[in-house]
Design a protein around this ligand. Structure first.
Ligand SMILES: O=C(CO)[C@H](O)[C@H](O)COP(=O)(O)O
Ligand SMILES: [Fe+2]
Length: 204
């Protein structure tokens, strides 16, 4: 996918507890990092897990570039501490929210961004757990509100993103798009990646 033009590699780590699916963990990130070799791959690790803090040191050692945890499992001062720990290990810190989770709750997403503790907010556009689901356009309102409040923040959308839904994401203000099925299932992944990038460039 790097050869096809992807900027980042999005790694979905799921624990079979926060979501009803079990995927991979730090050893696979380490193997991926070895496999891509000397080039500077960016490993964007999305932790759909109930206890993200336990994975952070191993992810740093594995070569992760960014760690995203869910606000539904860690919020308030615990989330602040987690962001600091992630950054202290040389990685970017990001916070994710499910489609129905608001950003303005006490101890929630807005407070972390206001405190300058996160580099990115991930707005899930499906329920976390599985690839191949249908994009939920209602999430675009949340993204628009985030973009209005934070003009320079990295805002990521993940779930059901393809060249057609990417237009909605980009218009809402997202600037980082994750696509699984649309890219891995394509006959020409490079073309899809280029279309996704073009949606963002057109909107900005
Ligand atoms: O976090 C995720 C789901 O929990 C995945 O990143 C996401 O669903 C990507 O797959 P697709 O593009 O097929 O929806
Ligand atoms: Fe993801």
């Amino acid at each position: 996918m790097l050869d096809e033009g992807a900027d980042w590699l999005h790694v979905d780590i799921m624990d079979g507890h926060f979501v009803p699916n079990l995927t991979i963990g730090p050893p696979v990130v380490a193997d991926l990092a070895k496999r891509v070799g000397p080039r500077d791959a960016f490993f964007d690790c999305h932790l759909s897990v109930s206890n993200p803090a336990t994975l952070v040191p191993a992810l740093a050692a594995a070569g992760a570039s960014s760690v995203t945890f869910h606000i539904e499992v860690v919020s308030g001062t615990a989330a602040e501490e987690l962001c600091k720990t992630i950054r202290s290990l040389g990685m970017r810190a990001a916070v994710a929210c499910k489609p129905s989770t608001p950003c303005d709750e006490d101890g929630g997403v807005y407070e972390l961004v206001d405190a300058g503790l996160v580099d990115m907010v991930l707005c899930l556009s499906v329920e976390p757990g599985f690839g191949g689901q249908k994009f939920n356009p209602a999430v675009c309102d949340k993204v628009s509100a985030l973009r209005a409040r934070y003009p320079d923040l990295d805002i990521q959308m993940d779930g059901g993103v393809n060249p057609s839904t990417a237009e909605l994401c980009a218009r809402a203000g997202a600037n980082v798009l994750v696509a699984g099925s649309a890219v891995f299932g394509a006959a020409n992944p490079a073309q899809v990646i280029s279309q996704l990038r073009q949606s963002i460039l057109n909107a900005s």
